[in-house]
Design a protein around this ligand. Structure first.
Ligand code: ADP
Ligand code: ADP
Ligand code: ZN
Length: 210
């Protein structure tokens, strides 16, 4: 089993690209952010523990995340590998991952900080199918209706506001970006310019995965 990691700052386009390349990779998307939001919504002990960190734009403790991932990759759809989105985010998480599955490619989506706030503050998703949109950069084709499933029910994340974004960016630079060197030294780190058209980025990612 070989997995892929989509790496990059909040709002880089990891989730957007994961949805687009799912067909060509054949691997399911595993987003720790989505898993944590589901746990918060369900009111599980993990959700209660995670919520205070998420609201503050801080990373949830490694132990919580590693346990979530260990359980997730036991599921039947994960047996040929998965596409991790937003995990790992610290060196201890990457070490834990290395001990449970092989990572063949780390795709780093590179977007400058000054783009991140505008991306995150305009993000919304379909409540039915999870498709990701942006008010300006990636709107629905028909106003108020999901392109993928026709739903008219959308949501915005509580942490997608300007002040929390700044904390999330700080957490990224201090705790997550050191992982780049860790993966570079393993020769599996591919940097993709993420400040371009969504389709061009998808093409480059698929090329890097060949
Ligand atoms: P991440 O999963 O890395 O946090 P998302 O995929 O949710 O990022 O994207 C963040 C926001 O930016 C969304 O509103 C999305 O529609 C938008 N977006 C994604 N890729 C691009 C791009 N290449 N150019 C402009 N906006 C983008
Ligand atoms: P984004 O890509 O926009 O930063 P995510 O959905 O990946 O958003 O993460 C939302 C929040 O969930 C993070 O700010 C953090 O609190 C928590 N989180 C998600 N994944 C991890 C992880 N691997 N390690 C620690 N915290 C995480
Ligand atoms: Zn939808």
């Amino acid at each position: 089993m070989q997995s892929i990691v989509l790496f990059g700052p909040p709002g880089a386009g990891k989730g957007t690209q994961a949805q687009r390349i799912m067909e060509s990779t054949g691997l399911p998307q595993v987003s720790t952010g989505d898993m944590l939001r589901a746990a918060v919504a369900a009111g599980t002990p993990t959700g209660l523990e995670a919520k205070k960190y998420m609201d503050a734009g801080q990373l949830v403790p490694d132990e919580v995340i590693i346990n979530l991932i260990k359980d997730r990759i036991k599921e039947s759809d994960a047996q040929n590998g998965v596409m991790f989105d937003g995990f790992p985010r610290t060196i201890p998480q990457a070490e834990a991952l290395a001990s449970i599955t092989e990572v063949s490619h780390v795709i780093a989506i590179d977007v400058p900080d000054e783009r991140i706030v505008e991306r995150i503050c305009g993000r919304f998703t379909c409540n039915e199918c999870g498709s990701v949109y942006h008010d300006t950069f990636n709107p629905t084709k028909v106003a108020g209706q999901c392109d993928n499933c026709d739903s008219k029910d959308f949501k915005r994340r509580a942490d997608d506001n300007e002040s929390t974004v700044m904390s999330r960016l700080t957490a990224y630079h201090e705790q997550t970006s050191p992982l780049a060197d860790w993966y570079l030294s393993k020769g599996i780190f591919h940097v993709i310019d993420g400040d371009r058209d969504i389709d061009e980025i998808s093409k480059d990612i698929i090329e890097a995965l060949k």
